[in-house]
Design a protein around this ligand. Structure first.
Ligand code: SAH
Length: 258
């Protein structure tokens, strides 16, 4: 079913006008004629089953019952992914959104070769996240954080985020966060699933994934000194975007939903 996010609160039986962009998609692209069901998710992250009504060139939705479903992971799951090549980056955003990521931090590391993202790119990234969240019928759009340097993230795990993610900010501020680096070629590193066995499913997790060239030895050492847990995804060397998707999927499934 088609889903759209609205930045207002909804109540059952209310009639809400839909934006031009949504109206155009429903009537021109999907050829809705009125009477169809759609999902609307409001500013509180509550999903409602709604019915589309056409009023001349305006499109409205009549809000129906609240949907009793769980779609979000039970604790914040943050992916700190090195800024990899543009097409791979966009792919990773889309897939990790489908898998349940809460926030993505573009990570600056020694071997990152990409130029900084332009404002136009950031808008595009946010659109990718919104569309993936709608497509996968999530209740929240993942937050795209500002780029952070690895060393800064090791000093303080505080992830900056807008007011809408108050819980996330509070949790992370409490220093409650569990940090894991995905490390290839590290003899004796435990598999991610074994590392998770020792962690708490109700506390936030940050996953660090390196760029195409990997993390440097110095960066691994700094992470070790900062108490970050090391985890392996197996003996094969994966592309950064594959590692990000695999790790987010594994952690999201382990955490479960609320
Ligand atoms: N160029 C590096 C590989 C980098 S892969 C080399 O050849 O050694 C990019 C990132 O994906 C890594 O920094 C790591 O975070 C993650 N990654 C890739 N394969 C992995 C594996 N088998 N286990 C854990 N992490 C992996």
């Amino acid at each position: 079913m088609q889903q759209f996010f609205l930045d207002i609160s909804l109540n059952e039986d209310q009639t809400v006008p839909l934006s031009d962009v949504v109206a155009r998609q429903l009537t021109r692209v999907l050829r809705y004629r009125g009477g169809e069901s759609i999902r609307l998710v409001d500013a509180e992250g509550t999903a409602f089953l709604c019915t589309v009504h056409l009023r001349g060139k305006f499109v409205e939705a009549v809000v129906g019952p609240e949907l009793d479903e769980t779609r979000e992971v039970q604790a914040p799951l943050i992916l700190a992914l090195a800024r990899i090549k543009r097409d791979k980056w966009e792919w990773a955003l889309q897939k990790t959104c489908e898998l349940g990521v809460t926030a993505i931090v573009p990570l600056e590391t020694t071997r990152v070769n990409e130029p900084p993202a332009t404002p136009h790119r950031i808008v595009r990234d946010e659109r990718i996240l919104r569309e993936a969240a709608e497509q996968s019928e999530r209740h929240r759009i993942p937050i795209l954080e500002r780029p952070r340097r690895l060393e800064d993230m090791l000093q303080s795990s505080v992830v900056e985020c807008p007011a809408s993610c108050g819980d996330l900010k509070r949790d992370v501020l409490q220093g409650d966060v569990q940090r894991i680096v995905l490390a290839e070629r590290h003899e004796g590193t435990s598999r991610l699933r074994e590392v998770l066995e020792g962690l708490d499913q109700t506390r936030p997790v940050i996953l660090f994934v390196g760029p195409e060239g990997g993390f440097t030895e110095g960066e691994f050492q700094a992470m070790q000194e900062a108490g970050v847990a090391f985890a392996s995804l197996g003996s094969r060397i994966l592309r950064a975007e594959t590692a990000a998707v695999f790790a987010v999927g594994t952690v999201a499934q382990w955490m479960g939903e609320r």
